[in-house]
Ligand binder design. Structure first.
Ligand SMILES: Cc1cc2nc3c(=O)[nH]c(=O)nc-3n(C[C@H](O)[C@H](O)[C@H](O)COP(=O)(O)OP(=O)(O)OC[C@H]3O[C@@H](n4cnc5c(N)ncnc54)[C@H](O)[C@@H]3O)c2cc1C
Ligand code: SF4
Length: 335
């Protein structure tokens, strides 16, 4: 286990189902919009927030913002590796000027910034990590975007991984092209998301993630509350929030524009295994996938590996699925 911890943490983390009271924020965020509400507090206090945006060519990048209007730039999950550029250095230097900083990212990003925080405990950097399934390869994302651009004979103007037109649990990919055409697919019908969710092309380290364990390394952990109790479920989205440190607690006490309900950690981890388990099975055809991509391009791998399952394939996978559902059901009985 890699040492990712800060010096001080709560004896028992506090966990919530939580969502923004502001509908615009909630609907336009990946889950319940908690990240936006945290960012607002830091900005109100004269601080700076670091998060991930898409640049003009749809590369994910860490940037810093200090105005409320700019939160939109870093709102929403981008399921591709972020270019960190000089974000760590900049965050530390801003904190040394005496301004509060909120640094958000995957748990591996947070473990890196924790190295700076640990040696300078006097600086005020709050950390917020996402529960992380893994990060897909950037080059595959590029080939997929190029494929769609060519198909539609138009550049891409907007791309969203988390369009909630059909509701949070039916999130989909939405692409708007310069020529006005639109594309929407539920995750299990979009080729890039199919490969991501089948774990075909995550970064090698993500198959044995050293950061996916309790206690967590960030002040605050946020994710989709996929196992949200029925009475709290809502198509606008619900976040799972875990407060891990006294610092996280201090920041969270200031957030008033949210609804929250205390839940147990087990309720969250039941449907969010990456909270506690870094192991993922790699697919046996990963090497063949990359070979075919290199020799024949994205369309070829899409046709062979990135199609929705047929009924026959679903039937073959059914025993595994039934086993997982039963296991969850049994664990739920003991919550
Ligand atoms: C790569 C990735 C994998 C994820 N896997 C899971 C999972 O398995 N289970 C789960 O419950 N939740 C997962 N999430 C988190 C989830 O998608 C939402 O980000 C989370 O629910 C917070 O949503 P929100 O509504 O509060 O705010 P949002 O505004 O949607 O929050 C977005 C946050 O994600 C950060 N972010 C966006 N893209 C990246 C990126 N490429 N790298 C680093 N940070 C990024 C932003 O800086 C911001 O902090 C994942 C997120 C990412 C980026
Ligand atoms: S799964 Fe682990 S190693 Fe991979 S991006 Fe997420 S935190 Fe980093």
């Amino acid at each position: 286990m890699i040492e990712t911890q800060l010096n001080e943490r709560l004896d028992s983390p506090i966990s919530f189902a939580e969502w923004s009271k502001d509908d615009f924020t909630r609907i336009n965020s990946s889950s319940g919009g908690v990240f936006t509400e945290l960012s607002k507090i830091i900005i109100e206090e004269g601080g700076v927030v670091f998060g991930v945006t898409f640049d003009n060519s749809f590369k994910a990048r860490h940037i810093s913002i200090e105005n409320e209007e700019d939160i939109a730039l870093i709102r929403g999950s981008k399921y591709v590796q972020s270019h960190i550029d000089d974000a760590y250095k900049k965050a530390v230097s801003i904190a040394f000027q005496g301004r509060p900083v909120l640094f958000s990212g995957t748990p591996c990003h947070i473990s890196a910034i924790n190295l700076f925080i640990r040696s300078n405990p006097e600086i005020e950097i709050y950390t917020c990590e996402v529960i992380c399934h893994g990060i897909p390869s950037e080059s595959i994302f590029r080939s997929y975007l190029d494929y769609f651009s060519q198909l539609k004979n138009s550049k891409i103007r907007e791309y969203s991984f988390r369009d909630k037109t059909l509701g949070w649990k039916k999130s989909g990919i939405k692409i708007i092209f310069n020529n006005g055409e639109e594309y929407f697919r539920r995750w299990l019908k979009d080729p890039f998301m199919i490969g991501f969710l089948r774990d075909i092309y995550l970064r090698p380290i993500c198959y044995a993630c050293p950061f996916a364990h309790l206690p967590r390394g960030a002040d605050i952990t946020i994710g989709d509350f996929w196992g949200v109790p029925k009475e709290l479920d809502d198509p606008r989205g619900v976040s799972a929030v875990i407060i891990n440190t006294p610092k996280g607690e201090k920041l969270f006490e200031k957030v008033s524009n949210v609804e929250k309900v205390k839940v147990s950690l087990n309720q969250i981890s039941l449907y969010n295994p990456r909270l506690v388990n870094g192991h993922l099975e790699s697919v046996p055809y990963r090497k063949d996938f990359y070979k075919l991509l290199e020799s024949n391009g994205f369309e070829a791998v899409m046709e062979k590996y990135l199609k929705p399952y047929t009924w026959f394939q679903k039937l073959r996978l059914a025993p595994k699925y039934v086993y997982r559902v039963m296991l969850r059901y049994i664990r739920r009985l003991f919550l």
